[in-house]
Design a protein around this ligand. Sequence first.
Ligand SMILES: [Zn+2]
Length: 468
Amino acid sequence: MDNSVLGCSRGTPSRGKLPGDSTDISTLGRREKAFDIPDSCPFTIQEIPSNDNTSSNAWLIREHDQYGEFPHIYAKICSSKTREPGTQELRVILLSDTGCGTEVSNTKFSSDTAASCGVEIEDGFIIVRREHEVWNIRTFLEYTINPGGKIPYLVIATHCHYDHILGIRKLLPTAGDAPSPQEAKKTAPTTILASAKGQQFVTPYETLQRHSLCSEIGIQAPRYEVTQWAHDFYPVVYKYPKSSDLGPPYDHILTTPYAIIHTLGHTPDSLSWYDADLRLLCVGDLFYLKQSEHTESAPWGPEAPKPTMFNLDSDFAQWWGALGKVLGFVREKNKDKEFGDEIPKKAGIEGMGNEEFNAPASVKSRVKLTASHTTLGIDAETAVLEMQEFAAAVLRDDVPNVQVADGPRGEQRCLWDFSLGTDDASEEEIVSRLANAEWRFSILAPIKIVEDGRRRINKAEWGAARRQ
Ligand SMILES: [Zn+2]
């Protein structure tokens, strides 16, 4: 949702690093240069660092979209670990969300550049990375990590808001405008995973149209079918679709290091995923930093601070519960560091039957947290504790707040942010204060959603300031 409620731009703030943050942008394996991304491209890509300095095969893609969302799209190439001689390696790209469906023409494109750009040798085969006439999420992936579009996509929808699903249109021939039927035959199939808990929230199509907020911005939601309804703590496995001519026999199943965790509250279909290899937890829109190195150093200029958003479909009490659930999960995982192999038995979380999911990673670093906006690789436990503390202060009415423009359904909304101060500041002063990076979180929500939270969440959990 558009968060530029005060219609503001901002200067570049100074920012302080807090204890527990170990990610430094200079250590991230930036791949823009490696991929030679032209200026006309509305996406950036960088490899997510692994814990042991090997290639993670995982990337963060950031999108410069027309709605000011700057969504994060995560892509991870998973492949079958063992490969019999003469058999085809099974691979899939787990794509966490698909962004806003941005498409712009590639001003650098000509048939000459298309023919001459990136040639790579992989497994003895020559792979040509070619530019397309337009940049969208599909052509960008084909230009970077999926030359020729040969690897199928499994899209994990962290939830159905438009800034997470509009790119599906570009990946699924039946969902909208691209690719062409001829091209579709040559590219691998796309399948979609969503939360089983949110099935009623995203089907049938009219419901998706409303809950995706596509109606509010006057566009049509993409049409797609969810092929996997993921239950809580579901280990993500990929089954090559039977219908595809390109893949191996359909009964080939690929186990991935991902597990799904239901984290309701922002929406009823919100989910998080945990990558056991990278020890990385993605919380979708559950919460994120107001701003980060990535938002401040974006090639399209600094992005406006982004509050954690709620709307009338949100449930603050469920959201509060999801924070606690995530904290418990992260703390169990962080114990791996101290107790190693004993942890899976101790965890005792129902439904975690997947060996890879339960197995402690070979390098037992603390769990990092990443989100669908602004945030990559911060210390998960610290971040959740800090957000809990901030939300508790909001519930206690201890956080300065300002009423902002009404929501699309006429609901009154407030922005809670410590940097607002308590004096009567001018709008200009407020705008400049909001860019203050001393405070890492802010919340923008309908007032009634927060009031409902005050009624339903046990006051013992938020009534007094505390540090856990
Ligand atoms: Zn959202």
